[in-house]
Design a protein around this ligand. Structure first.
Ligand code: 13P
Length: 264
């Protein structure tokens, strides 16, 4: 059985003071609701400058909330102005790093070769990559959305070992659904998650396919999380953008997702 996970991608929001408030409030809300972390993971992905504050809070209050980063350098150290290495993130207690988010692919020169190197750097530092894939509206119109998303997964993972592949998480985030309010239907999310899982079974093994957690991202909120989760059996949770910035809304999404996952 895969453990569901709800990840909040804060993008370029919440400075280190706001981050502390947000995580503390989320932790209190979940504690008051007797949230069972043993059956569901909860993680936040702050901007680099807020990670240390989250780490200090998590350690001081022994919180079970996990955290990670939104991207990483492909190199380990040296003259790379502005970059942050995987080892630096691991030293801050990061558990996950997002790779290939569509906003990174759009605004930065992150091609497939870069993404493969990022995945290797993250795994080598003992963290787990959350690989983002998903079609734009154009590919969907052409009816090639599944081939497109699975192709992106293949481009990044094909040279990994079985052990490395088993440590991946994949987030299916159709570009047209990100920040638009146009959430995918549960069938769309399930079809994509199923195709991605099948791909891992074909290229690696049934064991790898069974262990990779596949998330959906794109306009998830507390009004659509339950329905999405209860209908899409290959989906193991969400990568939430805007709705993760409000601790009360994120708390609702987390608890509704956990409940829906239990009831499937
Ligand atoms: P929204 O939830 O704001 O649509 O963003 C999704 C996303 O990009 C998460 O990585």
């Amino acid at each position: 059985m895969r453990k569901p996970i709800i990840v909040g991608n804060w993008k370029m929001n919440l400075d280190h003071l706001e981050a502390t408030y947000c995580v503390q409030k989320l932790a209190w809300l979940l504690r008051d609701a007797h949230f069972d972390y043993s059956s569901c993971d909860v993680a936040v992905m702050p901007p680099f400058t807020s990670i240390r504050s989250v780490e200090v809070l998590v350690e001081a209050d022994r919180l079970k909330i996990q955290y990670g980063a939104q991207t990483v350098s492909v190199t380990s150290q040296g003259a790379f102005t502005g970059d942050v290495s995987a080892d630096m993130l691991a030293a801050l207690g990061c558990k996950y790093v997002i790779v290939g988010h569509s906003e990174r692919r759009k605004y930065h020169p992150e091609d497939d070769a870069t993404l493969v190197d990022q995945v290797r750097a993250i795994l080598a530092a003992g963290m787990q990559p959350i690989l983002c894939v998903g079609e734009s509206y154009d590919e969907r119109k052409q009816g090639i959305e599944l081939e497109y998303a699975v192709g992106q997964v293949n481009d990044i993972t094909r040279d990994l070992s079985e052990e490395e592949a088993a440590n991946m998480l994949v987030a299916y985030e159709p570009v047209w659904a990100i920040g638009t309010g146009m959430v995918a239907t549960s069938k769309t999310a399930q079809d994509a998650a199923h195709a991605i899982r099948q791909h891992f079974a074909t290229v690696f093994s049934a064991k790898v396919a069974d262990s990779v957690r596949i998330l959906y991202g794109g306009s998830v909120n507390s009004s659509n999380a339950s329905q999405l989760m209860s209908q899409a059996r290959d989906m193991d949770g969400f990568l939430v953008g805007g709705s993760s910035l409000d601790p009360e809304e994120f708390d609702k999404i987390v608890r509704l997702t956990q409940k829906a996952a239990k009831q499937r």
